[in-house]
Design a protein around this ligand. Sequence first.
Ligand code: G3H
Ligand code: 13P
Ligand code: ZN
Length: 335
Amino acid sequence: MVNYKDLGLVNTRDMFARAIKGGYAIPAFNFNNMEQLQAIIKAAVETKSPVILQVSKGARNYANQTLLRYMAEGAVEYAKELGCAHPEIVLHLDHGDSFELCKSCIDMGFSSVMIDGSHLPYEENVALTKKVVEYAHQFDVTVEGELGVLAGVEDEVCAEHHTYTNPEEVIDFATRTGCDSLAISIGTSHGAYKFKPEQCHVDPATGRLVPPPLAFEVLDAVMEKLPGFPIVLHGSSSVPQEEVDTINRYGGKLEAAIGIPEEELRKAAKSAVCKINIDSDSRLAMTAAIRKVFAEKPAEFDPRKYLGPARDNMEKMYKHKIINVLGSDGKLAQC
Ligand code: G3H
Ligand code: 13P
Ligand code: ZN
């Protein structure tokens, strides 16, 4: 049994309370490899932001669970080496789908876990979430539950249609499970294809497709039922069109990739939404930079020469999110 506190990690409790009070959100960035982790930590340190490192079940399968855990431990030391004396880094399991997976992560030193029972019948979701909370809280590990189903397709996270969170269920769910935060469904979804073009309208100024607004009335109703309770938004990549254009210019084929407009996320971050999940934008930033090097320098075969620019491009994107979208810059409790 490894306790996350011995690794220099923190849970989400204090940072969420401060984020809700301060009207900003904590970035939750997924990582699968060293370059992503380096970019996340550099961005967080240089902007003096708390940060949540997310590991999905797919990431564990891809990179090995033990290696990822040691990388997160290394990330704390790396942040200190970069000049941040008191980093606030959470190691979080993203979309845990069983008690056993959550327990295994807690036992390995994760400081936060998500148990995603959103696809289960309501009472089963309550029972599973409660079981994870009871185990996690013995070690002061925080737990995110989910109510409502997001649409979208990811390797490990798949749903055809979304069902908005029912605000009538949130008090019962939070009280009976004891979860520390709640992911809700208000129209975001996973991946780079969040909306069909026919759901969007064309912005005459830019010619870009503009998706329908998020269901802020659902968020408002949830906040009314659970005042001050930490709310989480999954599926919050904006799918920057410059990155999509770069990918397509250099041989990619991403057709009609549409994300959540940043103004909507800025608005959400000012509310009780205190954790915003971003993965796809990192994938796009990485792919765009790599494709550009491959197209412009076809003789290049040193991985550092294409993974380096990919890392720089991800770092730029993470900083942009922290400073211009979530507003978590300068929010470390101690510098
Ligand atoms: O919510 C899903 C995340 O983007 C993780 O995706 O399961 O492909 O690692 P993944
Ligand atoms: P995106 O696919 O929009 O980046 O969402 C990531 C996510 O919700 C991870 O849990
Ligand atoms: Zn998610």
